[in-house]
Design a protein around this ligand. Structure first.
Ligand code: HEM
Ligand SMILES: [Cu+2]
Length: 527
C-alpha cells in the first residue's frame, strides 16, 4: 500500500482491538458482510450439528440413556431452527453478499447500511433463541413447525422463540429487498437479464420467494402469540378457532421455504459444473425458466404436508398433482447439468466433487419426495423416519453440498490462496460416505413404522438406528476437516491467480485474488 496522501484502504485496516471490532460491527462493505455471514453460519453449523448428535446419541440404542424426553424434544426443535434460520440461509446470504456484486460488476450492494443491519439482527435473534435453554421450562420443544395447541402450551421460551423468528424474518426480508434492488439496478452496462450468471438468477428468484413467504410466517407466529397472551382464538378450538388453519398458514410459508433453501444451491451448482466441464451451461434459458417455474409451483403445493389432517379428496388430488408437476422443471435442471458434463473435459477438484455428489444424492431425495407426494402412500410414511430421511437427503447432500461446492469454488478468490486439495477431497469423501450411512437406513426405519421425534423406540428398530448414529458421528467429525481447510487457506498456501480455475467464466474472475476491498468502481462493460 502506498503512503501517499490518499490511502483508500486506511479505513478498513484498523490498528488495535477496539477499532478492529468497530470495523466489523459498522462495516457496510459487501465483502465484509459476506464474510460475517459465512463465519456466523459455520459457527451455527456446529451448534446445530451438536444438537443433532445429542439426538443421535440418544437414539443409538432403544431405551433412554442420556437425556430425558423433554430435553430430547428441545434438541430436535432447536437443531432444526438453528440449521435452517441460523446456518443454511445465512450461508447462502453470505454467498450472495460476496458474489452477486462481483458477478454483475457492481461496486457494492445497492443498500449497504441496510445490509449491515440485515446481518447484525442474526446474532441477536439466534442468541435469544439459544438463551431459552436457561429459562424455566427450557427451550422450545414443540418442533420447528410450532404447531398449536402444543406450541402455545410452552413455558417462558415461547415469546422468545417468536420474537427470534420475527427478527430472523425481518433480516431475511431486508436482505431480499437488497438483493432484488442490487440485481435490478446495479448490473454492469451490457449485462441484460438473460446474460446474468445462473447464481444471480437463482438468487433473484429466491429473493422474491422470500418476500412472499417470510411475512406469512411472521403473521402465523404473531397469531400464536396473541392466542397465548391476548385471548384471541385464531387457532384455539375452544374459542371457535381452528388449529388446522395454523398448519395451512405455516406451510404456505414452509414449502416455499424449502425452495428458498435449495435454489441458491442450484445456482452454485450451475456455476461449478460448467467450470470443471470446460463447457458453457447447457440450456441456460431453460434453466432460468425451470427455476422460475419451480418457484411458482412451490407456492401452490403447501397442503402436501397435511394430507392426513382430514382434507377433501379434491384437495388431496390438487396438492398431489401440483407437487408431482415440480418434478418436471427439476428434471429439466438435472438433465441440463448432466448434459453440461456430457463430452466435457472433466476434472474433479473438490467443488466439482461436491457438485456431482449433489447431483446424485439430491436426485435421490427428489425421488423419495415423489413417493411422499403420493397421497395414499403418504398415509404410511407420514411422521415416520422416512420423512426424516427424505428431507435430510435434500437438505444435507442438497443444500449443504451446494454450499460446500461454493465455498471451495470461491475460497481462493476470497483468501488469495489455494486451499489444500488433498484435505478438500478427504472432506468430500468422508462427508459423502457418512451422509449415506446416516440417512439411508432411516428410509427403512420409516417404512417399518418408526415414528419421527421420539427419544425411544421398539427393539426391532435397533440395528438401523445404531448404523445411523455411527454415521452421524462420522459426519460430524468429518466437518472438522472443513474448518481446518479454511483456516489453512486463510493463513497461507499457493497463491491463487485471478481466474483460479482454467474453465471459469464471469466477471468475478477478472478481479485479483484476493478480491480487493473495493471493486468495479468503474463498471466493466459486458458484450
Ligand atoms: C449434518 C448432519 C445432520 C444430522 C446428523 C441431522 C440429524 C437430525 C436428527 C437426528 C433429527 C431428529 C429427527 C427426529 O427424531 O425427529 C433431525 C431433525 C431435523 N433436521 Fe437435521 N440433521 C442434520 C442436518 C440438518 C440440516 C443441514 C438441516 C436443514 C438445513 C436439518 C433440518 C432438520 C429439520 C427441519 C428437522 C425436523 C425437526 C422437527 O421434527 O421438528 N438437519 N435432524
Ligand atoms: Cu412441501
Amino acid at each position: 500500500m502506498s503512503t501517499t496522501a490518499i490511502d483508500v484502504h486506511a479505513g478498513h485496516r484498523p490498528k488495535g482491538v477496539l477499532p478492529w471490532i468497530l470495523r466489523w460491527i459498522t462495516t457496510t462493505n459487501h465483502k465484509d458482510i459476506g464474510t460475517l455471514y459465512l463465519v456466523f453460519s459455520l459457527l451455527m453449523f456446529f451448534v446445530g450439528g451438536s444438537m443433532a448428535l445429542v439426538v443421535r446419541a440418544e437414539l443409538f440404542q432403544p431405551g433412554l440413556q442420556f437425556v430425558d424426553p423433554y430435553f430430547f424434544n428441545q434438541m430436535t426443535t432447536v437443531h432444526a431452527l438453528i440449521m435452517i434460520f441460523g446456518m443454511i440461509m445465512p450461508a447462502f446470504a453470505g454467498f450472495a453478499n460476496w458474489m452477486v456484486p462481483l458477478m454483475i460488476g457492481a461496486p457494492d450492494m445497492a443498500l449497504p447500511r441496510l445490509n449491515n443491519w440485515s446481518f447484525w439482527l442474526l446474532p441477536f435473534a439466534t442468541a435469544m433463541l439459544l438463551l431459552t435453554f436457561f429459562l424455566p421450562g427450557g427451550a422450545p420443544a414443540a418442533g420447528w413447525t410450532m404447531y398449536p395447541p402444543l406450541s402455545t402450551q410452552a413455558g417462558a421460551s415461547f415469546p422468545f422463540m417468536i420474537f427470534a423468528v420475527h427478527l430472523l424474518g425481518i433480516s431475511s426480508i431486508m436482505a431480499s429487498i437488497n438483493i432484488i434492488v442490487t440485481i435490478m439496478n446495479l448490473r454492469a452496462p451490457g449485462m441484460t437479464l438473460m446474460k446474468m450468471p445462473m447464481f444471480v438468477w437463482t438468487w433473484l428468484i429466491t429473493a422474491y420467494l422470500m418476500l412472499l413467504a417470510m411475512p406469512v410466517l411472521a403473521g402465523a407466529v404473531t397469531m400464536l402469540l396473541t392466542d397465548h397472551f391476548f385471548g384471541t382464538s385464531f387457532f384455539r378450538a375452544a374459542g371457535g378457532g381452528d388449529p388446522v388453519m395454523y398448519q395451512h398458514i405455516f406451510w404456505f410459508f414452509g414449502h416455499p421455504e424449502v425452495y428458498i433453501i435449495i435454489m441458491p444451491a442450484f445456482g452454485i451448482i450451475s456455476q461449478v459444473i460448467p467450470t470443471f466441464s470446460r463447457k458453457p451451461l447447457f440450456g441456460y434459458a431453460a434453466m432460468v425458466y425451470a427455476t422460475a417455474s419451480i418457484a411458482f409451483l412451490s407456492a401452490i403445493v403447501w397442503s402436501h404436508h397435511m394430507f392426513t389432517v382430514g382434507m377433501p379428496l379434491a384437495g388431496q388430488l390438487f396438492f398431489m398433482l401440483t407437487t408431482m408437476i415440480i418434478a418436471i422443471p427439476t428434471g429439466v435442471k438435472i438433465f441440463n447439468w448432466t448434459a453440461t458434463m456430457w463430452k466435457g473435459s472433466l476434472t474433479f477438484e473438490t467443488p466439482m466433487l461436491f457438485a456431482i455428489g449433489f447431483l446424485f444424492l439430491f436426485t435421490l431425495g427428489g425421488f423419495s419426495g415423489l413417493m411422499v407426494a403420493i397421497v395414499p402412500a403418504d398415509f404410511q410414511y407420514h411422521d415416520t423416519y422416512f420423512v426424516v430421511a427424505h428431507f435430510h437427503y435434500v437438505l444435507v447432500p442438497g443444500a449443504l453440498f451446494g454450499a460446500f461446492a461454493g465455498a471451495y469454488y470461491w475460497l481462493p478468490k476470497w483468501t488469495g490462496h489455494m486451499y489444500d486439495e488433498r484435505l478438500g477431497k478427504l472432506h468430500f469423501w468422508l462427508t459423502a460416505i457418512f451422509v449415506n450411512v446416516t440417512f439411508f437406513p432411516q428410509h427403512f426405519l420409516g417404512l417399518a413404522g418408526m415414528p419421527r421425534r421420539i427419544p425411544d423406540y421398539a427393539v426391532q428398530f435397533a440395528d438401523f438406528n445404531a448404523i445411523s448414529s455411527i454415521g452421524a458421528f462420522g459426519l460430524g467429525l468429518a466437518q472438522l476437516i472443513f474448518v481446518w481447510v479454511i483456516i489453512k487457506c486463510i493463513r497461507g498456501g499457493e497463491k491463487a491467480t485471478d481466474r483460479v480455475w482454467e474453465g471459469a467464466e464471469g466477471l468475478e474472475w477478472t478481479v485479483p485474488s484476493p478480491a480487493p476491498h473495493h471493486t468495479f468502481q468503474t463498471p466493466p462493460v459486458v458484450k
